[in-house]
Design a protein around this ligand. Sequence first.
Ligand code: 6CS
Length: 362
Amino acid sequence: MFKKRSLFLVMALLALSLLLAACGGNGGDSAPAGDGATADGNGEGEPVTLKFAHEEGDGDVQDLYAHKFKELIEEQTDGRITVDVYTAGTLGTNMDVLQSLQTGAIEIAITSPGFSGDVIPESNIMSIPFLFSDSLEVNKKVLNESEALYGPLAEKYEEKGLTPFKFWLEGFMWWTGNEPITTPEEMEGVKLRTMPSNLIISSYEHMGANPTPTDSGEIYTMLQTKGIDAQENPLFYIVSSNFLEVQDYLMDSKHHIYTTVTAANQDFFEGLSEEDQEIIRSVVEEVNEWSFTMQDEEAEKALEAAKEEDIEIIELTSEQREAFKELSLPVREDYAAESDTAKEILEIIEKEIEEAEAELGD
Ligand code: 6CS
C-alpha cells in the first residue's frame, strides 16, 4: 500500500515540477506574470487586466470611448486582455488619476491638459483659448498628425512616466452663466469655474473674469449654492451634468475645443510584449477615429436636449468672439515663455493649424 502511494507521490511531484518548468521557462525578459503584463512575446501569455480610468460619468464621451476600447481589446485578444473601466471619482479626483497613472497604480487613462497643465506645463498648449480652428475637421487633423504633439510634447509626457497614445477632442467649449456672457464687460468679475491648470486660470484673468478652479465633482453644487456664477465645458457634459438646471444662460462661444489624451503608464506599457503594445496602439488609433463621429453625435443630441430646457441659448457673434480673443493673446506669450520646448511647440502648431485650414478650409 505505502509503496504504491509513495510511488504515486513521486510520479505526481515529477509531473508538477515538469509543469512549473514549462510555465516559467523564459520569464526573464518580460515583466513577471500577473501584474498586468504578458509573460512572453507570442501572445500566449498570462491574462492581463487593464485598469482604464477616465474623468467623466456613465455614458459621457470619455466613457463611450473607454468602453469602445474595452470592446475592441477583448475582442482582438479573445479575452486574454480584459479592461476594467473606472468613471470619474471612482479612483479619486482627476488629479489623483493622473498621479496613479504616473505611479502605475493605473495602467491606462484619459487625462486632460486642464488637470496635467501644472505637472506637464507644455501640455497647456491644449488649453490656450482661440488657438485651435473653428473647423473641427482641421482640429481633428492637427490632433491626429501634429509633429509638435507627437514629438516634443510627447517627450514631455514620457519624462513624467507616461506614454501618450493619441490627443483627441470632445467638442467645442460653451459657457453657462446666471447672466449673459457675450462681451468682456459682461465677463468682468464673473466667478467662472475652471479646471485647475494655471494657464486656464490666467486666460480668464486676462478676459476679466474671476476664475475659480475646482475638481469636476464640485461644479454642480457650487453653481447651485452660488459659490460660482458660471462655468465652461463641451455641451454634452453641460447637459449630462445637469448644469442647465442651475444656470439661466447657455453661450455658444466656441472660445476653445475640449482636448484630452489617452495615455498609459510608461513602465507598464514598455513591459508588455511588442505584440500587446501593437494591439493597444492600433486599437487606440481605431477608437480615436471612431470618437470623432461619436462626439459630433453627442453634441447634436445635447443641443436638442438643451433646447428643451428653461434657459436662454445665445450664439456669440464673430465680433464678440474676436474681443475675447484679443484679450487672451498674452496667454500665448506666457506659454511660449514657459520653456524653449513650449516656444517650439506653439510655433509648430500655429503653422500646422494654418496649413490645415488652407488645405481643408476654416
Ligand atoms: O470640466 C471638467 O473638469 C470636466 N469636463 C470634461 C468635459 N471632462 C472631464 C473634466 O473633468
